[in-house]
Design a binder for this molecule. Structure first.
Ligand code: HH2
Length: 304
């Protein structure tokens, strides 16, 4: 099969991600970011883990299943979702973070667009902030993250969750998303957030049509700017529902696994998934099948 990315765009060395607690290094397969949604309305698991005890149980289970990191979110970003207040987000998130931090050793990411929530989470042991607005929604977010040494997930979104799927439009989705990520990376650097702390994410499903999502996934290599690592979040999303003709998000696992395998081929550093166990097991088989020495081989030499 043709690799999903141009060989030229793969950096020979993948620089690790700098976190306050140390550095996060990459392996041949993507690291698995397990999703923990402490929300009543997330598109696939809303309401299931709203109670702190069940959210913590779920998170611990994801680590046992092979999650390399966890991403905790307390506000849904599904298309049409209404925003929640910082107070409500904190009320949902903090009991889970407090109970979970001593129980797991993996880095914890908090999925929020609000500086107040990010600050409280960082004070309570979170290692990364995953801001789906690309640090646009809250003007306090950039200075806050500049003052801390956490990791930052910088995601592209056209518009905002309430309306983003109404009429997304791009002339050249890959070029527009890539140049936005690059520009924003420079703005973050100018504001005091070193590029070495940043992961880039094309924001699959965030103001994008089916063909936009596919085009982005086909061109992951072109999205990698300044040698920064990539994170892809496609798990259970609506475009997979369309491809699989599957209206129930939980039943889109085959789509999730196909995207995770595709990401491995594109040398994506992190994939954000609901079904960690299945993804881990699938990647174990791919790792075993891969040519011995694959890791050391310079990417440019392969398949040339
Ligand atoms: N997708 C979702 C939420 N956060 N963060 C990043 N960096 N990338 C993504 O693709 C991404 C994300 C949507 O998925 P989910 O958390 O399951 O749903 P909801 O937003 O409804 O809680």
């Amino acid at each position: 099969m043709k690799p999903p990315t141009s060989q030229e765009s793969i950096p020979p060395e993948r620089a690790p991600l700098e976190l306050a607690s140390g550095v996060l290094s990459w392996r041949r397969s993507p690291l698995l970011v397990g999703i923990v949604n402490v929300t009543p309305d997330s598109f696939s698991d809303g309401g299931r883990f709203l109670d702190p005890a069940s959210a913590v149980e779920r998170a611990v289970r994801l680590v046992e299943d092979g999650a390399d990191l966890l991403d905790l979110g307390a506000e849904s970003s599904r298309p049409g979702a209404e925003p929640v207040s910082a107070e409500e987000e904190l009320r949902r998130l903090m009991p889970v973070l407090h109970a979970l931090r001593p129980q797991v050793r993996v880095p914890l990411s908090v999925d929020t667009t609000k500086a107040a929530v990010a600050r409280a989470a960082l004070d309570s042991g979170a290692d990364l902030v995953n801001d789906i607005s690309g640090l646009r929604f809250d003007p306090q977010m950039l200075p806050l993250l500049a003052a801390r040494r956490c990791g930052v997930v910088l995601m592209h979104m056209q518009g905002e969750p309430r309306t983003m799927q109404a009429a997304p439009h791009y002339d050249d989705v890959v070029e527009e998303v890539a140049s936005w990520l690059e520009r924003r990376l420079q703005e973050l650097a100018a504001g005091g957030i070193a590029p070495g702390r940043v992961v880039l994410d094309p924001g699959i499903g965030f103001g994008k049509r089916l063909e936009d999502n596919l085009e982005l996934l086909r061109n992951l290599g072109r999205l990698r700017r300044a040698g920064r690592p990539l994170l892809v979040g496609a798990s259970r999303k609506a475009f997979l529902g369309r491809l699989l003709d599957e209206p129930v998000p939980d039943l889109r696992l085959e789509g999730d696994l196909a995207v995770a395998a595709w990401c491995r081929m594109a040398r994506v550093e992190m994939v954000r998934v609901h079904d960690v166990r299945a993804a881990r097991r699938m990647l174990l088989v791919l790792d075993a099948l891969a040519a011995p020495g694959e890791e050391k081989e310079p990417p440019r030499a392969r398949g040339a």
